[in-house]
Design a protein around this ligand. Structure first.
Ligand SMILES: [Mg+2]
Length: 402
């Protein structure tokens, strides 16, 4: 063999070896369809009254919900939380025939053209599914594709129900014994003394090597106009100071969502970090939050804060301003998992929020739709999924309808 021929065949061999065959394909993948699957429920675990919506109980179920699936002509599909029914046709019109890798451009089109998405939540869903496709074609889990910073993150158990101080202390002991490193407690008692007594009993029960977060949920009225007890500035100030004395990590949403003046003033007066942002929409609101000194810990949510693009922008904003960014739980199982991958790329996110209030509302209820769900290990960590894309597969036997 002539030297030149030999070298050129060696080059081809090396190339073929170095890159997965899919990346050498000359034909770009194209989106062919979008579907929303309804998932079968596997059982019921009981009625639960959320602390932020008193008087309104709902049945907690294993499995169920909806999943978006975006198909491509290469057989690779991407999944995400369920799109709204009203948004589906507009998204089909925008996306079919497009390259799923062009998600930055598609994201801008979804946000800035009229009618492409009926709401921002839908934009977030589509972006998650597009990135799942990209990760699968690149054969990498998203946290690796985006630049990994960590392999696992401690999960904190985000409590749902308003309970007696004694009940919460018992729960804390059980969680700690199971390996959890922290829990978030809702502060919704009519009297501040009962909120503080809850923290005192929990702290006494678990000692100081367990992290306690608190949430007053004063920035939202979830579902109905009945947010329960409403705090004024004095209640927020007195509570914040009492919590700091009891070694609480943060106080979340102590005042109304857009009371930026009140929040900034409170933040100046107290030592405990203030957290919030789960109901703030879009990147711009976080710019104002940072500029005004409203929160120390930013809590954007992927389905509220302009999807993957938006959440990454808020994370960059937080990093540039030396804030922690610890996202809200993600608005759905696949939203949580998309955020898990992002957290895997952020040096300034020390926790992941997992909605977990056993036995009626354990996090495993929602994750039951997956063949390979993430789990919280015996030391309280959630590991980054290792399969390509989001790294989870839905149980197709649970799909009941499109
Ligand atoms: Mg909250």
């Amino acid at each position: 063999m002539k030297r030149r021929t030999f070298l050129s065949s060696l080059g081809a061999l090396t190339l073929a070896h170095a890159f997965p065959t899919r990346l050498l394909a000359q034909v770009r993948p194209r989106i062919t369809d979008i579907r929303v699957h309804r998932m079968r429920t596997l059982g019921e675990t009981g009625m639960m009254e959320s602390a932020w919506a008193p008087g309104r109980s709902s049945m907690r179920r294993i499995g169920g919900g909806t999943v978006t699936e975006i198909m491509t002509d290469q057989g690779v599909t991407g999944i995400a939380p369920g799109l709204s029914a009203s948004g589906l046709n507009a998204m089909r019109q925008l996306l079919i025939g497009k390259d799923p890798f062009d998600n930055e451009q598609l994201g801008h089109e979804m946000r800035y053209t009229n009618g492409a998405a009926s709401n921002w939540r839908d934009v977030g869903c589509v972006e998650i599914a597009l990135w799942d496709i990209v990760g699968k074609i690149a054969d990498q889990p998203l946290y690796k594709l985006w630049g990994a910073a960590k392999e696992k993150v401690p999960a904190y158990a985000s409590m749902i129900q308003l309970s007696t101080p004694e009940e919460r202390a018992e729960m804390a002991v059980r969680l700690k014994a199971a390996g959890w490193q922290g829990m978030k407690i809702r502060l919704h008692h009519l009297e501040m003394e009962e909120d503080v007594r809850t923290i005192e009993l929990v702290r006494r029960a678990v000692g100081n090597d367990f992290t306690i977060m608190t949430d007053a949920n004063q920035a939202q009225s979830s579902g109905i106009w009945q947010p329960g007890v409403q705090w004024d500035f004095t209640r927020a100030l007195d509570t914040a100071r009492a919590l700091k004395e009891r070694n609480v990590y943060w106080l979340e949403e102590p005042l109304r969502r857009y009371d930026f003046d009140g929040l900034a003033e409170l933040n100046r007066l107290v030592d405990i970090p203030l957290a919030g942002g789960e109901n703030n929409q879009g990147v711009q609101e976080f710019v104002w939050i940072v500029e005004r000194g409203v929160y120390d810990i930013l809590q954007p949510e992927i389905l509220v804060t302009e999807g993957v693009q938006g959440l990454r922008a808020v994370a960059a904003l937080g990093l540039a301003h030396h804030k922690l960014v610890i996202p809200h739980h993600g608005g759905g199982q696949l939203g949580t998992i998309a955020q898990l991958h992002m957290i895997g790329t952020w040096p300034h996110c020390p926790w992941i929020e997992i909605m977990h209030d056993p036995p009626i509302s354990p996090y495993t209820n929602g994750f039951a739709i997956f063949e390979n769900p993430p789990t919280v290990d015996s030391e309280g960590f959630m590991a980054m999924p290792q399969e390509p894309g989001l790294g989870v597969r839905i149980r197709r036997d649970l799909i009941v309808a499109d």
